[in-house]
Write a protein that binds this ligand. Structure first.
Ligand SMILES: [Ca+2]
Ligand SMILES: [Ca+2]
Length: 429
Protein backbone atom coordinates (compact mmCIF):
# COMPACT_ATOMS: atom_id res chain seq x y z
CA UNK A 1 0.00 0.00 0.00
CA UNK A 2 2.80 2.37 0.83
CA UNK A 3 4.45 1.66 -2.52
CA UNK A 4 1.16 2.34 -4.27
CA UNK A 5 0.66 5.59 -2.38
CA UNK A 6 4.08 6.66 -3.50
CA UNK A 7 3.00 5.92 -7.05
CA UNK A 8 -0.03 8.10 -6.38
CA UNK A 9 2.26 10.99 -5.57
CA UNK A 10 4.20 10.42 -8.74
CA UNK A 11 0.97 10.45 -10.75
CA UNK A 12 0.35 14.04 -9.84
CA UNK A 13 3.27 14.96 -12.08
CA UNK A 14 2.48 15.77 -15.69
CA UNK A 15 5.24 14.29 -17.78
CA UNK A 16 4.31 12.09 -20.71
CA UNK A 17 6.58 9.32 -19.50
CA UNK A 18 4.73 9.25 -16.18
CA UNK A 19 1.40 8.75 -17.90
CA UNK A 20 2.94 6.09 -20.12
CA UNK A 21 4.17 4.39 -16.98
CA UNK A 22 0.63 4.17 -15.65
CA UNK A 23 -0.76 3.08 -18.97
CA UNK A 24 1.63 0.15 -18.97
CA UNK A 25 1.42 -0.65 -15.25
CA UNK A 26 -1.52 -3.12 -15.54
CA UNK A 27 0.36 -5.01 -18.23
CA UNK A 28 3.43 -5.19 -16.06
CA UNK A 29 1.39 -6.48 -13.11
CA UNK A 30 -0.21 -9.34 -15.02
CA UNK A 31 0.59 -12.64 -13.26
CA UNK A 32 2.58 -14.11 -16.11
CA UNK A 33 6.30 -14.65 -16.28
CA UNK A 34 8.08 -11.82 -17.99
CA UNK A 35 11.30 -12.12 -19.92
CA UNK A 36 13.25 -11.12 -16.81
CA UNK A 37 12.30 -14.23 -14.82
CA UNK A 38 12.75 -17.97 -15.16
CA UNK A 39 9.76 -20.16 -14.27
CA UNK A 40 10.17 -23.66 -12.86
CA UNK A 41 7.76 -26.52 -12.21
CA UNK A 42 9.90 -29.39 -10.87
CA UNK A 43 12.36 -29.89 -8.01
CA UNK A 44 15.14 -30.51 -10.53
CA UNK A 45 14.18 -27.37 -12.41
CA UNK A 46 14.16 -25.31 -9.23
CA UNK A 47 17.55 -26.60 -8.18
CA UNK A 48 18.95 -25.93 -11.65
CA UNK A 49 17.52 -22.40 -11.71
CA UNK A 50 19.18 -21.62 -8.38
CA UNK A 51 22.49 -23.06 -9.60
CA UNK A 52 22.26 -21.00 -12.78
CA UNK A 53 21.36 -17.86 -10.86
CA UNK A 54 24.39 -18.42 -8.64
CA UNK A 55 26.52 -18.77 -11.77
CA UNK A 56 25.30 -15.46 -13.22
CA UNK A 57 22.06 -16.52 -14.87
CA UNK A 58 18.61 -15.07 -14.36
CA UNK A 59 18.35 -13.97 -10.71
CA UNK A 60 14.52 -14.01 -10.59
CA UNK A 61 12.99 -17.44 -10.15
CA UNK A 62 9.24 -18.05 -10.22
CA UNK A 63 7.83 -21.35 -9.00
CA UNK A 64 4.65 -22.73 -10.56
CA UNK A 65 1.79 -23.99 -8.39
CA UNK A 66 2.34 -27.36 -6.75
CA UNK A 67 3.84 -29.37 -3.89
CA UNK A 68 7.56 -29.96 -4.32
CA UNK A 69 8.95 -32.89 -2.31
CA UNK A 70 12.58 -31.95 -1.86
CA UNK A 71 13.71 -35.26 -0.29
CA UNK A 72 17.14 -33.94 0.62
CA UNK A 73 17.53 -31.29 -2.08
CA UNK A 74 18.33 -27.87 -0.65
CA UNK A 75 18.72 -24.44 -2.22
CA UNK A 76 21.92 -22.58 -1.38
CA UNK A 77 21.91 -19.02 -2.70
CA UNK A 78 25.42 -17.65 -3.14
CA UNK A 79 24.84 -14.72 -5.48
CA UNK A 80 23.59 -11.28 -4.50
CA UNK A 81 20.14 -10.21 -5.67
CA UNK A 82 18.51 -13.59 -6.25
CA UNK A 83 14.73 -13.81 -5.77
CA UNK A 84 12.67 -16.98 -5.39
CA UNK A 85 8.88 -16.71 -5.19
CA UNK A 86 5.68 -18.35 -6.38
CA UNK A 87 4.52 -17.40 -9.84
CA UNK A 88 1.00 -16.73 -8.54
CA UNK A 89 2.03 -14.52 -5.63
CA UNK A 90 -0.13 -16.69 -3.35
CA UNK A 91 2.01 -18.42 -0.73
CA UNK A 92 -0.41 -21.34 -0.40
CA UNK A 93 -0.06 -22.23 -4.10
CA UNK A 94 3.52 -23.48 -3.78
CA UNK A 95 4.80 -25.79 -1.04
CA UNK A 96 8.44 -26.75 -0.75
CA UNK A 97 8.32 -29.82 1.50
CA UNK A 98 11.57 -30.90 3.11
CA UNK A 99 10.02 -34.19 4.26
CA UNK A 100 12.40 -33.89 7.24
CA UNK A 101 15.18 -35.04 4.92
CA UNK A 102 16.24 -31.65 3.65
CA UNK A 103 18.17 -30.01 6.46
CA UNK A 104 17.70 -26.41 5.31
CA UNK A 105 15.38 -25.56 2.44
CA UNK A 106 17.03 -22.19 1.81
CA UNK A 107 20.62 -21.45 2.76
CA UNK A 108 21.29 -17.78 2.06
CA UNK A 109 24.92 -16.66 2.08
CA UNK A 110 24.57 -13.65 -0.27
CA UNK A 111 23.09 -10.16 0.04
CA UNK A 112 19.79 -8.72 -1.18
CA UNK A 113 18.17 -12.14 -1.54
CA UNK A 114 14.35 -12.29 -1.51
CA UNK A 115 12.26 -15.32 -0.58
CA UNK A 116 8.56 -14.59 -0.98
CA UNK A 117 5.06 -15.96 -1.50
CA UNK A 118 5.92 -19.59 -0.69
CA UNK A 119 5.07 -22.28 1.85
CA UNK A 120 8.03 -24.11 3.40
CA UNK A 121 7.43 -27.15 5.54
CA UNK A 122 9.22 -29.92 7.40
CA UNK A 123 12.85 -28.87 7.18
CA UNK A 124 14.97 -31.09 9.42
CA UNK A 125 16.73 -28.02 10.83
CA UNK A 126 15.87 -24.52 9.54
CA UNK A 127 13.57 -23.84 6.59
CA UNK A 128 15.51 -20.59 6.08
CA UNK A 129 19.07 -20.12 7.31
CA UNK A 130 20.75 -16.81 6.51
CA UNK A 131 24.42 -16.78 7.37
CA UNK A 132 27.59 -14.84 6.91
CA UNK A 133 30.38 -17.02 5.63
CA UNK A 134 33.53 -16.98 3.57
CA UNK A 135 34.68 -13.76 5.20
CA UNK A 136 31.95 -11.39 4.04
CA UNK A 137 28.84 -9.80 5.49
CA UNK A 138 25.32 -10.45 4.30
CA UNK A 139 22.74 -7.68 4.13
CA UNK A 140 19.32 -6.86 2.70
CA UNK A 141 17.60 -10.25 3.11
CA UNK A 142 13.85 -10.04 2.44
CA UNK A 143 11.51 -12.77 3.65
CA UNK A 144 8.04 -11.70 2.61
CA UNK A 145 4.67 -13.46 2.76
CA UNK A 146 6.14 -16.87 3.49
CA UNK A 147 4.25 -19.60 5.37
CA UNK A 148 6.56 -21.81 7.40
CA UNK A 149 5.19 -24.99 8.96
CA UNK A 150 6.78 -27.41 11.43
CA UNK A 151 10.51 -26.69 11.35
CA UNK A 152 12.73 -29.26 13.07
CA UNK A 153 14.56 -26.42 14.87
CA UNK A 154 14.05 -22.64 14.54
CA UNK A 155 12.05 -21.56 11.50
CA UNK A 156 14.30 -18.67 10.47
CA UNK A 157 17.89 -18.70 11.70
CA UNK A 158 20.26 -15.74 11.29
CA UNK A 159 23.91 -16.40 12.09
CA UNK A 160 27.28 -14.65 11.88
CA UNK A 161 30.29 -16.51 10.56
CA UNK A 162 32.22 -18.78 12.89
CA UNK A 163 34.50 -15.99 14.14
CA UNK A 164 31.61 -13.55 14.66
CA UNK A 165 33.49 -10.94 12.63
CA UNK A 166 31.03 -11.03 9.74
CA UNK A 167 27.33 -10.68 10.27
CA UNK A 168 23.89 -10.73 8.67
CA UNK A 169 22.32 -7.28 8.91
CA UNK A 170 19.43 -5.07 7.79
CA UNK A 171 17.01 -7.77 6.69
CA UNK A 172 13.23 -7.93 6.96
CA UNK A 173 10.70 -10.63 7.76
CA UNK A 174 7.29 -9.34 6.81
CA UNK A 175 3.73 -10.56 6.40
CA UNK A 176 4.63 -14.17 7.11
CA UNK A 177 2.93 -16.99 9.03
CA UNK A 178 5.26 -19.21 11.05
CA UNK A 179 3.75 -22.11 12.97
CA UNK A 180 4.41 -25.35 14.80
CA UNK A 181 1.55 -27.86 14.73
CA UNK A 182 1.00 -30.97 16.86
CA UNK A 183 2.76 -33.27 14.40
CA UNK A 184 5.68 -30.87 14.10
CA UNK A 185 5.84 -30.59 17.88
CA UNK A 186 6.16 -34.38 18.17
CA UNK A 187 8.94 -34.36 15.56
CA UNK A 188 10.80 -31.55 17.33
CA UNK A 189 10.82 -33.44 20.60
CA UNK A 190 12.05 -36.67 19.03
CA UNK A 191 14.62 -34.88 16.86
CA UNK A 192 16.12 -32.65 19.54
CA UNK A 193 15.35 -34.40 22.81
CA UNK A 194 14.16 -30.97 23.92
CA UNK A 195 11.96 -28.16 22.73
CA UNK A 196 14.81 -26.65 20.70
CA UNK A 197 12.60 -24.73 18.32
CA UNK A 198 11.27 -21.25 17.85
CA UNK A 199 10.15 -18.78 15.24
CA UNK A 200 12.91 -16.32 14.34
CA UNK A 201 16.28 -16.71 16.05
CA UNK A 202 19.10 -14.25 15.34
CA UNK A 203 22.65 -13.90 16.64
CA UNK A 204 24.85 -10.82 16.27
CA UNK A 205 22.47 -9.27 13.75
CA UNK A 206 22.00 -5.51 13.31
CA UNK A 207 19.09 -3.50 12.02
CA UNK A 208 16.51 -6.17 11.23
CA UNK A 209 12.80 -5.38 10.90
CA UNK A 210 10.27 -8.04 11.90
CA UNK A 211 6.76 -6.82 11.11
CA UNK A 212 3.21 -7.88 10.33
CA UNK A 213 3.87 -11.56 10.96
CA UNK A 214 1.83 -14.18 12.76
CA UNK A 215 3.83 -16.68 14.80
CA UNK A 216 2.10 -19.49 16.65
CA UNK A 217 2.44 -22.77 18.45
CA UNK A 218 6.05 -22.78 19.62
CA UNK A 219 5.68 -24.80 22.82
CA UNK A 220 6.28 -28.36 24.02
CA UNK A 221 4.71 -30.14 26.95
CA UNK A 222 8.12 -31.56 27.91
CA UNK A 223 10.22 -28.40 28.05
CA UNK A 224 10.51 -24.69 27.37
CA UNK A 225 10.54 -23.58 23.73
CA UNK A 226 12.57 -20.68 22.42
CA UNK A 227 10.84 -17.40 21.61
CA UNK A 228 8.53 -16.59 18.77
CA UNK A 229 10.97 -13.77 17.92
CA UNK A 230 14.43 -13.67 19.51
CA UNK A 231 17.42 -11.43 18.78
CA UNK A 232 20.48 -11.90 21.00
CA UNK A 233 24.24 -12.50 21.12
CA UNK A 234 25.08 -8.82 20.59
CA UNK A 235 22.31 -8.14 18.12
CA UNK A 236 21.27 -4.49 17.92
CA UNK A 237 18.66 -2.03 16.76
CA UNK A 238 16.00 -4.61 15.91
CA UNK A 239 12.50 -3.27 15.14
CA UNK A 240 9.72 -5.71 16.05
CA UNK A 241 6.28 -4.31 15.26
CA UNK A 242 2.69 -5.25 14.45
CA UNK A 243 3.24 -8.97 14.95
CA UNK A 244 0.68 -11.40 16.33
CA UNK A 245 2.25 -14.03 18.58
CA UNK A 246 -0.12 -16.76 19.71
CA UNK A 247 0.45 -19.74 21.95
CA UNK A 248 4.23 -19.55 22.21
CA UNK A 249 6.00 -20.36 25.51
CA UNK A 250 7.95 -17.12 25.14
CA UNK A 251 6.80 -14.32 22.90
CA UNK A 252 9.40 -11.73 21.96
CA UNK A 253 12.92 -11.53 23.39
CA UNK A 254 15.90 -9.21 23.20
CA UNK A 255 18.95 -10.89 24.75
CA UNK A 256 19.30 -14.01 26.88
CA UNK A 257 21.31 -14.12 30.09
CA UNK A 258 24.48 -12.12 29.45
CA UNK A 259 24.24 -12.63 25.70
CA UNK A 260 22.54 -9.33 25.13
CA UNK A 261 20.93 -6.94 22.70
CA UNK A 262 21.51 -3.20 22.19
CA UNK A 263 18.80 -0.63 21.47
CA UNK A 264 15.81 -1.75 19.44
CA UNK A 265 12.06 -1.26 19.57
CA UNK A 266 9.21 -3.67 20.35
CA UNK A 267 5.87 -1.95 19.63
CA UNK A 268 2.30 -2.56 18.50
CA UNK A 269 2.51 -6.33 18.93
CA UNK A 270 -0.30 -8.55 20.22
CA UNK A 271 0.74 -11.56 22.28
CA UNK A 272 -1.83 -14.07 23.43
CA UNK A 273 -1.23 -17.31 25.26
CA UNK A 274 -4.07 -19.73 26.05
CA UNK A 275 -3.97 -22.46 28.64
CA UNK A 276 -0.73 -23.61 30.18
CA UNK A 277 1.19 -26.37 28.39
CA UNK A 278 3.59 -26.80 31.31
CA UNK A 279 6.27 -24.24 30.44
CA UNK A 280 4.44 -21.03 29.66
CA UNK A 281 6.69 -18.07 30.18
CA UNK A 282 7.02 -14.34 29.57
CA UNK A 283 5.38 -12.33 26.77
CA UNK A 284 8.25 -9.88 26.24
CA UNK A 285 11.65 -10.51 27.81
CA UNK A 286 14.61 -8.13 27.93
CA UNK A 287 17.82 -9.73 29.17
CA UNK A 288 21.01 -7.66 29.14
CA UNK A 289 19.20 -5.39 26.70
CA UNK A 290 20.30 -1.79 27.28
CA UNK A 291 18.43 0.97 25.50
CA UNK A 292 15.42 -1.11 24.44
CA UNK A 293 12.04 0.58 23.99
CA UNK A 294 8.93 -1.50 24.61
CA UNK A 295 5.70 0.36 24.02
CA UNK A 296 2.08 -0.09 23.00
CA UNK A 297 2.01 -3.86 23.09
CA UNK A 298 -0.99 -5.88 24.24
CA UNK A 299 -0.29 -9.10 26.14
CA UNK A 300 -2.99 -11.39 27.46
CA UNK A 301 -2.44 -14.75 29.17
CA UNK A 302 -4.97 -17.41 30.07
CA UNK A 303 -2.18 -19.29 31.83
CA UNK A 304 -0.86 -18.44 35.27
CA UNK A 305 2.66 -17.13 34.53
CA UNK A 306 2.76 -13.92 36.58
CA UNK A 307 4.76 -11.61 34.30
CA UNK A 308 3.80 -10.20 30.92
CA UNK A 309 7.04 -8.21 30.54
CA UNK A 310 10.33 -8.83 32.31
CA UNK A 311 13.55 -6.81 32.18
CA UNK A 312 16.51 -8.61 33.63
CA UNK A 313 20.15 -8.28 34.66
CA UNK A 314 22.21 -5.24 35.58
CA UNK A 315 23.30 -4.65 31.98
CA UNK A 316 19.70 -3.74 31.18
CA UNK A 317 19.69 0.03 31.63
CA UNK A 318 18.21 3.00 29.78
CA UNK A 319 15.09 1.04 28.94
CA UNK A 320 11.67 2.63 28.33
CA UNK A 321 8.48 0.60 28.83
CA UNK A 322 5.29 2.59 28.12
CA UNK A 323 1.67 2.31 27.05
CA UNK A 324 1.57 -1.49 27.29
CA UNK A 325 -1.73 -3.23 28.05
CA UNK A 326 -1.47 -6.56 29.88
CA UNK A 327 -3.19 -8.80 32.37
CA UNK A 328 0.06 -9.71 34.10
CA UNK A 329 2.83 -7.77 35.80
CA UNK A 330 5.73 -5.81 34.34
CA UNK A 331 8.74 -6.53 36.54
CA UNK A 332 12.45 -5.97 37.04
CA UNK A 333 14.53 -9.04 37.84
CA UNK A 334 18.20 -9.51 38.66
CA UNK A 335 18.97 -5.80 39.03
CA UNK A 336 17.69 -4.40 35.72
CA UNK A 337 16.45 -0.81 35.50
CA UNK A 338 13.86 0.85 33.27
CA UNK A 339 11.55 3.85 33.16
CA UNK A 340 7.89 2.86 33.09
CA UNK A 341 5.02 5.12 32.01
CA UNK A 342 1.30 4.62 31.50
CA UNK A 343 1.22 0.83 31.43
CA UNK A 344 -2.06 -0.89 32.35
CA UNK A 345 -1.62 -4.38 33.81
CA UNK A 346 -5.20 -5.14 34.82
CA UNK A 347 -6.75 -6.01 31.45
CA UNK A 348 -9.73 -8.35 31.43
CA UNK A 349 -10.90 -10.66 28.66
CA UNK A 350 -14.07 -8.70 28.06
CA UNK A 351 -12.04 -5.67 27.07
CA UNK A 352 -11.04 -7.40 23.83
CA UNK A 353 -12.87 -8.48 20.68
CA UNK A 354 -12.00 -12.22 20.81
CA UNK A 355 -9.04 -12.91 23.07
CA UNK A 356 -9.28 -16.70 22.88
CA UNK A 357 -8.79 -16.36 19.13
CA UNK A 358 -5.85 -14.02 19.68
CA UNK A 359 -7.83 -10.93 18.66
CA UNK A 360 -6.79 -8.35 21.21
CA UNK A 361 -8.38 -5.36 19.54
CA UNK A 362 -10.30 -3.24 22.01
CA UNK A 363 -13.98 -4.17 21.98
CA UNK A 364 -15.11 -0.72 23.07
CA UNK A 365 -13.70 2.55 24.37
CA UNK A 366 -12.44 2.18 27.93
CA UNK A 367 -11.59 4.85 30.45
CA UNK A 368 -7.94 4.69 31.41
CA UNK A 369 -7.05 2.89 28.17
CA UNK A 370 -8.40 4.80 25.17
CA UNK A 371 -6.80 8.22 24.82
CA UNK A 372 -4.82 7.54 28.00
CA UNK A 373 -1.30 6.87 26.76
CA UNK A 374 1.67 9.17 26.47
CA UNK A 375 3.21 10.44 23.28
CA UNK A 376 6.20 8.39 22.20
CA UNK A 377 8.57 9.69 19.55
CA UNK A 378 8.21 7.54 16.45
CA UNK A 379 4.79 6.13 17.34
CA UNK A 380 2.57 6.94 14.36
CA UNK A 381 0.47 3.81 13.77
CA UNK A 382 -1.06 0.82 15.56
CA UNK A 383 -1.23 -2.96 15.13
CA UNK A 384 -3.45 -2.49 12.08
CA UNK A 385 -1.17 0.12 10.57
CA UNK A 386 -3.87 2.71 11.24
CA UNK A 387 -2.63 6.17 12.17
CA UNK A 388 -2.23 7.26 15.78
CA UNK A 389 -3.48 9.08 17.64
CA UNK A 390 -7.17 8.82 16.92
CA UNK A 391 -9.50 10.90 19.07
CA UNK A 392 -8.13 12.81 22.02
CA UNK A 393 -4.88 10.90 22.43
CA UNK A 394 -2.81 7.73 22.12
CA UNK A 395 -4.58 4.56 23.27
CA UNK A 396 -2.75 2.19 25.57
CA UNK A 397 -1.97 -1.19 23.98
CA UNK A 398 -1.38 -2.32 20.41
CA UNK A 399 -4.76 -1.21 19.05
CA UNK A 400 -5.78 2.38 18.54
CA UNK A 401 -9.51 1.89 18.96
CA UNK A 402 -11.76 2.68 16.04
CA UNK A 403 -15.54 2.18 16.10
CA UNK A 404 -15.59 0.12 12.92
CA UNK A 405 -14.01 -3.32 12.94
CA UNK A 406 -10.52 -3.21 11.47
CA UNK A 407 -10.53 -4.24 7.83
CA UNK A 408 -9.24 -7.69 6.90
CA UNK A 409 -6.68 -8.89 6.10
CA UNK A 410 -5.06 -8.13 9.39
CA UNK A 411 -1.29 -8.16 9.76
CA UNK A 412 0.59 -11.38 9.23
CA UNK A 413 -2.13 -13.05 7.30
CA UNK A 414 -1.62 -11.63 3.85
CA UNK A 415 -1.81 -14.40 1.29
CA UNK A 416 -1.02 -12.50 -1.86
CA UNK A 417 1.47 -9.90 -2.88
CA UNK A 418 2.33 -8.19 -6.14
CA UNK A 419 4.96 -10.53 -7.54
CA UNK A 420 5.84 -8.39 -10.51
CA UNK A 421 5.99 -5.03 -8.87
CA UNK A 422 9.51 -5.83 -7.73
CA UNK A 423 10.55 -6.48 -11.32
CA UNK A 424 9.09 -3.19 -12.39
CA UNK A 425 10.34 -1.04 -9.58
CA UNK A 426 13.81 -2.36 -9.05
CA UNK A 427 16.67 -0.29 -10.43
CA UNK A 428 17.64 -0.88 -14.01
CA UNK A 429 20.80 -2.99 -14.32
CA1 LIG B 1 -7.12 7.43 20.85
CA1 LIG C 1 -6.88 -0.23 15.26
Amino acid sequence: MRALSRIGNISRGRSRSTWLFFLLLPLALRPQPGPAAVTVSTVAGLRQAVDQANAGGDPDILVQNGVYHLNGVYLRITRNGVTVRSASGNREDVTLDGNYQTTEIFQVVASNVTIADLTLERAYDHPIHVMATDGHNVTGTRIDNVHIIDPGQQAIKINPDASGAHTVDHGTVRGSLIELTDSGRAFVWNRNGSCYTGGIDAHRATGWTIEDNEIRGFWCSGGLAEHGIHFWSDSRDTLVQRNLVIDCDRGIGFGLGDSGHHGGIIRNNMIYHPRDHGHSDVGIGLESAPGAQVYNNTIFFDHPYPNAIEYRFAATTGVMISNNLTNRAIVSRNGASAVLHHNVTTARAEWFVAPSAGDLHLASPRAGVTDSGIQVAGLTDDFDGEPRPRGAGIDIGADEYSPAAPPPPSPGRRTRSLPFLFLLLRPAP
